[in-house]
Write a protein that binds this ligand. Sequence first.
Ligand SMILES: [Zn+2]
Length: 308
Amino acid sequence: MAAPRQNTQIPGWYRFLIGDLECTIVWDGYIHHAYDGLFPNGDPAELRRLQDAYLLPHDHIPMDLNPAVVNSGDTLFVIDAGLGRKRPLFGDTMGRMPENLAAAGIDPADVDIVLMTHLHPDHSFGLIHPDGSAVFPNAELCVSRTDWEEWTDEANLGRNDFRGPWTEGTLEAVAPYRERLKLIAPGDSPYAGVTAISGAGHSSGQCAFIFESRGEKVMFTGDVAHHHIFDPHHPEWFFHNEYDSDPPQGAAAKEAVFGRAVDERIRFHGYHFPYPGLGLMTRVEDGTYRYAPDALTPRLGPGRFGTG
Ligand SMILES: [Zn+2]
């Protein structure tokens, strides 16, 4: 019997436990990013070797957008807000976070804190709906002071490069949150169980956030790394000479954050890694890294595979 194709997919959310923390990844969509300008100090032959070894497409890098929600029991955190739909970029493939929050049973009005790794469009523009109202109407916005100063600087508006429209969109996205703003620095622990560490370079003030509960840790690393194969193999590769505020500093931050994830056995979350972007970072003999994604499981339990 010919059955109709469904042409649908599961909703984009995935839940896991870290100690007493209930964490949910809430997919916002994806970018098919061109290779132009990426990894400017990378060896093209090595890039090609890795593409072929891992059967990666040659014409684009698929990058997911994986915002996260952490429920500590008395505080509901969001980490990054996706691109939203106020200012679509790269085609209409993003802005799905609100519908996936609903599918995951999370009411945006219940969110207490929105932690921003940095204020680039694919992380910040989703703070508002297309009508300009706040997606998280009761939340405090927490971002590093350096990033805030870089990406809400109205002097950028007159620029003829990407910094003009990116700043314009970020100013619009943060507008409803200005009365509830917390500016922090790397090393701060702005909330119980949460520590900000520096991921600076991709943006001048980028932070990663480490959550800890009952001896278990997870780190939400934003854009410290963009790719699950190239970056662990080559932590010394810059991401982009133009889009990175300081490419060498960004590569150094990537190496430091990977190292810390390995040395402290911290679950690693890469915002642009393949959905849901969760796994373990390991170090190999030559000192570089490999990323082992978690196997997804319908079981919600403690431990890496939900099995306790
Ligand atoms: Zn990004």
